[in-house]
Design a protein around this ligand. Structure first.
Ligand SMILES: [Zn+2]
Length: 403
């Protein structure tokens, strides 16, 4: 069968004869005597379109005999002739990106001595992998500039299929083919020549803008994400709109955004510092109030407290402040799905807080907890504020009886 796209990327409607009816992964498929449909290969996805108005959902090369299978949404009605129609928007996007890739790959060789070892093109992303880990921002800027200069020079792009001996001798091929068969060379006149089976534009100007979006170091290689033509334009539109929104939100020009963001970040840091200071003051005041309102016995001070909706870090901080007073015991708890009880005392008291805790937890019918003589905690069962209070009182009775 003849692969017409090798010599003509622009024809998108054609007539052909069905030479085989088959299936591919349970879907109907046909082989044609000639086709303009590009099958998935060489990092480029397949074309989409129709055969006699039946959607072509996949185009694959059959391994056994390299026939191009047109996988169909439904079986074609009987008949030997079909009219094929290729989705031009998708095809042209692939042509722009594949030709753009050739140019960018050659640009990275010239600017950074970095060869392309991989190419990926999908609806969401387009990348090349370079065999160099050290690709700098300056390399990218220069490679982009060179690539876009080749675009604006509108150089003709030739498909040499097959190339003559003389052409092969004159062209310095960037990549030699890794598959057997007739050699096809894509020649971007005077800039890059490489073996490739994909679909390309006829003049570099059709590619439009070539823009690198990011580079990502991956071990000894670098992945370069880029966009060409329509996708580069959409990307620019999206980012410009985004930047405008942010600038409007900050009531500034977009060139002032970095300075304003830096200022906001500084203010945020200062406010966070101030908040920490105020929180510490509030906590110190709360600890002082709890201490004042505690039961002050001649030999000890006992504080029992139910904390609802409090951060554990704050509760621990409060306990620390309270047991810094001499001869002080703190019995506290938090209600909830996993209620918690904490018992603590200053280290000048001869009390075992684990034992006190267990006495409280017994009210909840559990023994889940532990710690050391001056600090213990346990719980993990559902209990409301009243039930927490009851357990704390049971623990308090033990403290009073012991001291
Ligand atoms: Zn190509």
């Amino acid at each position: 069968m003849t692969r017409l796209y090798y010599t003509d990327s622009y024809t998108v409607t054609f007539d052909a004869a069905i030479i085989e009816q088959t299936t591919y992964e349970d879907a109907p498929a046909v082989v044609l005597d000639q086709t303009f449909f590009y099958p998935t290969s060489g990092g480029q996805p397949h074309d989409a379109g129709t055969l006699n108005d039946v959607p072509v959902i996949d185009v694959v090369v059959r391994e056994a005999d390299h026939a191009v299978l047109h996988v169909l949404k439904e079986a074609l009605p009987d008949g030997e002739q079909v009219t094929g129609a290729i989705d031009w928007a998708r095809r042209f996007d692939h042509m722009q990106h594949h030709t753009g890739q050739h140019i960018l790959s050659q640009a990275f060789i010239q600017i950074a001595d970095a060869a392309t070892i991989g190419f990926h093109l999908s609806p969401d992303s387009v990348t090349i992998d370079l065999n160099q880990a050290e690709i700098t921002a300056e390399h990218v800027v220069q490679a982009e500039a060179l690539a876009n200069r080749i675009v604006t020079e509108n150089r003709p792009v030739y498909s040499l299929y097959p190339p003559t001996e003389q052409q092969l001798a004159e062209l310095n091929l960037r990549k030699v083919p890794d598959v057997a068969g007739t050699l096809r060379v894509v020649d971007i006149s005077g800039f890059d020549a490489t073996a490739c089976g994909g679909t390309h534009v006829a003049h570099t100007g059709e590619i439009g803008l070539i823009k690198v979006l990011k580079t990502e170091r991956r071990g000894d290689t670098t992945r370069v994400e880029f966009r060409c033509g329509g996708r580069a334009f959409s990307d620019y539109q999206e980012k410009h709109a985004l930047l405008n929104d942010v600038a409007t939100d900050l009531t500034t020009g977009y060139d002032q955004i970095p300075a304003i963001v830096a200022k906001l970040r500084e203010e945020n840091k200062a406010q966070a510092r101030e908040l920490r200071t105020l929180r510490a003051l509030a906590l110190a005041h709360e600890a002082e109030t709890l201490w004042q309102n505690a039961d002050h016995e001649p030999d000890y001070t006992l504080i029992t407290q139910v904390f609802a909706d409090r951060e554990m870090g704050e509760i621990r901080n409060l306990i620390q402040k309270l047991v810094a007073h001499p001869k002080t015991i703190v019995l506290c708890g938090t209600p909830g799905e996993k209620a918690l009880m904490i018992t603590a005392c200053s280290d000048d008291l001869k009390l075992d807080m684990v034992e006190v805790l267990m006495n409280g937890l017994a009210v909840w019918g559990i023994e889940r907890g532990g710690g050391r003589p001056t600090f213990a905690q346990g719980g993990g069962v559902k209990a409301n504020a009243g039930q927490v209070e009851t357990a704390l009182q049971a623990a308090a009775i033990m403290v009073r009886n012991t001291l």
